[in-house]
Design a protein around this ligand. Structure first.
Ligand SMILES: [Zn+2]
Length: 292
């Protein structure tokens, strides 16, 4: 799943390639992906892409004041196409293609564009056409952006204070902090040497400062690694840069202990016992059930 660093990189990627170009048309292939009907998606045709920004994990293309807001969800991705002029018309219901944005021809006669694709059977990718990105419920509800300068140690202190949820869940909650998902919350907690099950409200001032440092440093490093990469290379880069996420069974880079996993109904978290939980493995209910 693309999280803040990958979406940030897509923003830069699209700024270089799409800004200044006129939209020829937007083809919605997966009808459920389009969450708005007024203004219609056809209203984007003929407009020029004037800016690209990010709100948490949402991508926002400003097209002469009308916005195409995109959430790639868990299995969605953006694929840049150098030339769509020969692309076949798309038929709904076949394959991973959800939305295709066709841009005007350039000097060389190529008609570039990009496609939003979504793998798997759970279709969560979402596109919105709106005059105001804040009208998108998920955008309006976002908490502070961890790379914004207003996200200080004191701001994090206010967020965790009195919050009785586990820190892993808190970090992933977009309404609390925007942009961090399952992968980077694992990475942040490993960097902060903190158990994912720790209750937020029990953090000391020193631990909050460490957590803040881990959040900002982890995301900044990932943004830097992803910077300048083509959209198609981002997934591999994200994977290679992760220290604990999806690395169960492998040795920890920091201490050499074996990275462990806790499974839930539809996700899993990974952590290093020596770095994060005083050497003690966390209870994994699925595993205990299997062992019975
Ligand atoms: Zn370790």
């Amino acid at each position: 799943m693309p999280e803040l660093p990958e979406v940030e990189s897509l923003v830069h990627f699209l700024r270089e390639r799409a800004v200044g170009r006129t939209i020829l048309g937007v083809d919605v292939v997966a009808i459920q992906a389009l969450k708005t009907f007024d203004p219609p998606v056809t209203a984007l045709g003929g407009l020029t892409v004037t800016g690209v920004t990010r709100h948490g994990k949402f991508l926002d293309l400003d097209c002469d004041g009308l916005h195409l807001v995109i959430h790639l969800a868990r299995a969605g991705w953006l694929r840049w196409r150098e030339d769509l002029s020969g692309a076949k018309p798309v038929r709904p219901g076949k394959g991973p293609l959800a939305v295709r944005v066709r841009l005007a021809h350039d000097d060389e006669g190529l008609a570039p564009g990009f496609e939003l694709t979504e793998a798997g059977t759970q279709k969560r990718l979402a596109a919105y056409v709106t005059k105001n990105p804040d009208d998108v419920p998920g955008v309006a509800a976002l908490g502070p952006d961890p790379l914004d300068e207003s996200f200080t140690v004191d701001a994090l202190k206010r967020i965790v204070g009195g919050n009785r949820t586990q820190i892993k869940g808190l970090l992933r909650d977009q309404k609390i902090i925007a942009g961090i998902g399952n992968a980077y919350s694992d990475e942040v907690l490993h960097a902060a040497k903190m158990s994912p099950f720790k209750i937020a409200a029990t953090l000391t001032d020193a631990q909050i400062a460490d957590l803040h440092e881990a959040i900002v440093a982890t995301l900044r490093e990932a943004v830097e690694r992803a910077h300048g990469l083509a959209a198609k290379d981002l997934k591999a880069e994200k994977k290679s840069g992760l220290r604990v996420h999806n690395r169960a069974g492998q040795p920890c880079d920091v201490c050499g202990d074996t990275i462990r996993e806790v499974s839930f109904a539809d996700s899993a978290l990974q952590y290093c016992p020596t770095c994060q939980t005083g050497g003690k493995p966390l209870a994994d209910r699925r595993l205990s059930r299997l062992l019975k």
